[in-house]
Design a protein around this ligand. Structure first.
Ligand SMILES: [Zn+2]
Length: 54
């Protein structure tokens, strides 16, 4: 395991989970073409439009 984490493990700040601010790419899972599910808090959102999933 890497103890040091760098920006390559994180999505852009503007793409972070709108609910909890999660940015870890391993915890933000694409569930549709334009929908991501945050594994930390369970929120689904559209990072492209900064909006909830349809
Ligand atoms: Zn979240």
């Amino acid at each position: 395991m890497h103890e040091h984490r760098d920006e390559s493990d994180l999505v852009r700040p503007e793409d972070a989970c709108p609910n909890c601010g999660e940015r870890d790419v391993d915890r933000l899972i694409w569930v549709d073409d334009d929908c991501v599910r945050c594994a930390t808090c369970g929120t689904d959102y559209n990072p492209l439009e900064q909006a909830p999933c349809a």
